[in-house]
Design a binder for this molecule. Structure first.
Ligand code: NAD
Ligand code: UGA
Length: 434
């Protein structure tokens, strides 16, 4: 069975590489030629731990290729994983333009039976639109099936998530489609849940939105901790010990970012509204998240009073550690607000600097990109922690204090122990604790 992966972005590239590593014959394609050129040469266009090694291994084995021609990919594949982007439209709904475009292209090139698998995150009922589009435009009377196989990988651990899944959801409406997907994922046969397509589509949006709700909930509790003597880290720990609640996704901070939670919770709210369902719970979670960067700024003002001309070091620009992705990163909003206030920013991130430069080009002294944490911290009136990279947790705080003009840390991710930081003479502003 030949598999084609359409769209080799974060999800598509990982999917292509990992499916090849599972022993399948895979061809990836994308509309951006550089992504295909790089992948063909064994270079991943994103930073993702372990991805490049696996990419090279499977290119060498000969079971993985990357081609520019979408029509050719469609014609020569039996199964097509569609992993194109489904971005947010202005009204919050998911933009299905790229999915529709690919569906049209599949219709044009349908030369034999194909299973079309939705890998992108799509609103419930999307498969009906894909089927309708292909049926309306196909040039030959050839059978096809559509299935949903949502992806649950996290950036920063994408390869390991793909190859060690908690669950694989397969939404199908024919036995043929079910058997093909069961065979592709046979290595994980104990982890597979087969459902109808609407259910599979909804599982994805419902899961992401639930995790976003959980984060907003803990952030709300964190705000209450700040007004009292409660400590959010211990509240989270105490709550998480209950297996019904679980300890994951209870880390309070500057809010959730990334290319998925912010867009998916909005998209689910829109679908709910379209079907006349009360979605205020989702909207409230989103509102709480939007407030996080404002509350963080208030904390910086509490520490520095006037922000104009203050040198502010920022450690962590990516939306989470272990990735160079800055889509919807909380750092962007915080940087924007500090620039409006006239602060001088000294920015550092282990992987995301190049991406951030595209949004905020270097312009010293307002915007300076440091090559290391130490360089960023040098002469700063305050240090902000926005992403919890491991290397920041290991900083030598005595050295940090010597480098800074004023020993002030505003920690949006609670990476330090308050008593330890304070004993070294820092003014420390953590999140949800004192
Ligand atoms: P991305 O923007 O990184 O990748 C999408 C790719 O599709 C791009 O490279 C784009 O050039 C390509 N593309 C667009 N139209 C195309 C076409 N007609 N033919 C060929 N290629 C085309 O996006 P992503 O982060 O990989 O997300 C893709 C989907 O997967 C989204 O629906 C997203 O919600 C979902 N998802 C993302 C993650 C994640 O961690 N990023 C995890 C799970 C699910
Ligand atoms: C998330 C989901 O975890 C994946 O299962 C899903 O496949 C993916 O979205 C998607 O659909 O794209 P990802 O966005 O890569 O993965 O990263 P997460 O680890 O979930 O973090 C998302 C955001 O929430 C980050 O900004 C992170 O800092 C924040 N977060 C996470 C918190 O603020 N607190 C937490 O306790 C956990």
């Amino acid at each position: 069975m030949k598999i084609g992966v359409i769209g080799t972005g974060y999800v598509g590239l990982v999917t292509a590489v990992c499916l090849a590593d599972l022993g399948h014959k895979v061809a990836g394609t994308d509309v951006i030629p550089e992504k295909i050129d790089k992948a063909s040469r064994g270079i991943a266009h994103i930073y993702e731990p372990g991805l490049e090694d696996l990419l090279r291994k499977n290119l060498k084995k000969g079971n993985l290729s990357f081609i520019h021609d979408l029509a050719k990919t469609i014609q020569s594949s039996d199964v097509l994983f569609v992993s194109v982007n489904t971005p947010q439209r202005e009204d919050g709904s998911a933009d299905m333009t790229y999915v529709e475009g690919v569906s049209r292209k599949i219709a044009d090139n349908l030369n034999s039976y194909k299973l079309i698998v939705e890998k992108s995150t799509v609103p419930v009922k999307t498969s009906n639109w894909i089927k309708r589009t292909i049926s309306l435009h196909k040039k030959k009377e050839v059978d096809f099936d559509v299935a949903s196989n949502p992806e649950f990988l996290r950036e920063g651990s994408a390869v390991s998530d793909f190859l060690n899944p908690d669950r694989i959801i397969i939404g199908v409406e024919t036995e043929r489609a079910r058997d093909i997907l069961l065979s592709i994922y046979r290595k994980f046969k104990n982890k597979i849940l087969v459902t109808n397509i609407d259910t599979a589509e909804l599982i994805k949006h419902a899961s992401n939105s639930f995790l976003a709700l959980k984060i907003s909930y803990i952030n709300l509790i964190s705000d209450l901790c700040e007004k009292t003597d409660a400590d959010i880290e211990l509240v989270s720990k105490g709550m998480g010990l209950d297996p019904r609640i679980g300890s994951h996704f209870l880390r309070a901070g500057v809010g959730y970012g990334g290319s998925c939670f912010p867009k998916d919770i909005k998209a689910l709210a829109r679908i709910g509204e379209d079907f006349g369902v009360d979605v205020n719970l989702l909207k409230e979670a989103e509102r709480i998240n939007l407030r996080r960067s404002e509350l963080f700024l208030e904390k910086i003002k509490k520490a520095l009073w006037i922000l104009k001309d203050k040198k502010v070091a920022i450690l962590g620009l990516s939306f989470k550690p272990q990735t160079d992705d800055i889509r919807e990163a909380p750092s962007i909003k915080i940087i924007r607000k500090l620039l409006e206030e006239g602060s001088e920013l000294r920015l550092y991130d282990p992987k995301a600097v190049e991406n951030m430069r595209k949004i905020f080009p270097e312009k010293p002294p307002q915007i300076f990109y440091a090559k290391s944490s130490s360089e960023a911290i040098k002469g700063a009136n305050a240090l902000l922690i926005i992403t919890e990279w491991e290397e920041f947790k290991k900083l030598d705080l005595k050295k940090v204090k010597k480098l800074m003009a004023n020993p002030i840390i505003v920690d949006g991710r609670n990476i330090f122990e308050p008593s330890q930081v304070k004993s070294l003479g820092f003014e420390y502003y953590p999140t949800g604790r004192k």
